[in-house]
Design a protein around this ligand. Structure first.
Ligand SMILES: [Zn+2]
Ligand SMILES: [Zn+2]
Length: 65
């Protein structure tokens, strides 16, 4: 028996906040010259959100029991 339920990880949205940049889409860091630099987050490609790793962007999961 299985049924499709709303993904508890992303609450049905299909995406979640990027944990690497905290949803900013970029991060700032101090480079070797002591200057403040900004780099686009490679994990979310600058979007700030990533595909939910539990439902793979579908927003629902199949609950088996
Ligand atoms: Zn990111
Ligand atoms: Zn999800």
């Amino acid at each position: 028996m299985c049924q499709r339920i709303e993904c508890p990880n992303c609450k049905g949205k299909g995406y979640e906040t990027c944990y690497r940049c905290n949803g900013l889409g970029f991060y700032s860091y101090t480079n070797d010259d002591g200057e403040q630099a900004v780099e686009i987050c490679v994990r979310c490609d600058g979007k700030g959100t990533i595909e939910c790793t539990r439902c793979w962007g579908r927003g629902t999961i199949i609950d088996t029991f």
